[in-house]
Design a protein around this ligand. Structure first.
Ligand code: DX5
Ligand code: ZN
Length: 211
């Protein structure tokens, strides 16, 4: 089963409630949280997550692109996060952040930038619900997918067969099959879903379903 998690970053921020209705087909919603420090961009805070929480039962996967995620774990959990994903490249101790996510009751995940080897996740594999393999440098939507990080999906699957693997960045209708064939469980897609004429159909096509 392949899942698609639409990334809200590509939605119309003047009408987020209405945008959510376009992607009811998806089981998971990907929400990018950026601090203007770990990445050179700023996005949403907990108020926005909380406001959206009341609008849908979909799982919220919060992708924390924060230099210091630890202090925000309980805040985003309280706001409605189901999955909490932080970067291995952050400045907090990964074990402490993981313990905090576990204590909050959210599903823990770690993201890796394109240049970070999969092996860096090996010590944490058994504790994780998911990992996020980035195929673009984090910070902005609408970038071009780099194929070479996809080999990390196979490496991680081989070591941790039960781990959910997400791929994030530049996935579109043309390249989605390459991402699926790599063994990816969750395709995260912003631009390809929210700029589609028919977002529900785009989600089905990204999953590889006939429409
Ligand atoms: C980039 C974000 C991605 C981004 C994906 O830092 O983590 O989730 O929104 O957007 P597209 O699909 O447009 O590359
Ligand atoms: Zn993301």
């Amino acid at each position: 089963m392949t899942y698609v998690a639409p990334s809200l970053l590509a939605a119309d921020f003047s009408a987020l409630g209405a945008e959510l209705k376009k992607v009811r087909e998806a089981e998971i919603l990907h929400i990018d949280i950026m601090d203007g420090n770990f990445v050179p961009n700023l996005t949403m805070g907990p108020q926005v997550v909380k406001a959206l929480r009341g609008k849908t039962d979909q799982e919220f996967d919060l992708h924390l692109m924060l230099r210091h995620p630890l202090q925000y774990v309980p805040i985003f959990r309280e706001a409605g996060a189901d999955w909490i994903t932080f970067h291995i490249e952050c400045d907090d101790d990964p074990r402490t952040v993981l313990a905090s996510i576990e204590a909050s009751g959210a599903k823990p995940g770690i993201a890796i930038k394109p240049g970070t080897p999969a092996e860096e996740l090996f010590p944490f594999g058994e504790q994780l619900h998911h990992v996020t393999v980035m195929t673009v440098e984090p910070g902005f939507g609408g970038q071009k997918l780099q194929e070479w990080p996809l080999k990390k999906v196979r490496t991680l699957k081989a070591h941790f067969p039960n781990l959910l693997i997400e791929v994030d960045g530049g996935i579109n209708l043309e390249n989605a099959h390459i991402v699926r064939e790599a063994g990816t469980d969750v395709l995260i897609a912003g631009t390809a879903v929210f700029t589609a004429k028919d977002p529900e159909q785009a989600i089905q096509l990204l999953r590889g379903e006939p429409v």
